[in-house]
Design a protein around this ligand. Sequence first.
Ligand code: HEC
Length: 149
Amino acid sequence: MIRKATVAAGALILAAGIAAASASDDPIASRQAMMKNTGASIGAIAKMAKGETEFDATAANLAIRAMNNAAIGLPHLFPEGSETGMDTEAAPKIWEDMAGFVEKAKAMEDATAKAIATPATSLDELKAQLGEIGGTCKGCHDDYRIKKS
Ligand code: HEC
């Protein structure tokens, strides 16, 4: 069981790398793939938090590392000229207030870095990290994403 979850998290990270590499010529496709992978990473942790899968510190750490990587490169996937197309949910505010947007990405980077530095040793600790990291997703989405569906 524990080994299975670890393998799943490893596969996630691999998938994130492949998605980033294959979609690198289109920033909108790249960022949507990156966000989907980020959603899968936090989903793996949310499942543990809900008791749907067993708490697995290694798998959780791997998922958090994938999110940390995503956060570091995040603003580069929103270059000038990528405001529209591909049903993007990126809000115009990103390009009106790039500094604020970068700050939101930094919050995600910091929360995930903190969780990597102090890995959760219990489900309660993981739940607290999930709350903190999840708050940084919402913090950006509320202002800079226009959800279409
Ligand atoms: C700095 C801002 C920012 C942060 C932080 C952020 N997101 Fe996003 N997210 C966006 C934007 C903007 C989009 C829309 C991208 C597009 O469609 O071009 C998006 C889209 C998404 C999508 C939809 C992807 C798709 O196309 O299907 C998911 C899922 C997602 N984010 C998950 C997350 C999760 C989980 C976190 C936190 C761990 C997170 N995001 C953190 C800005 C952010």
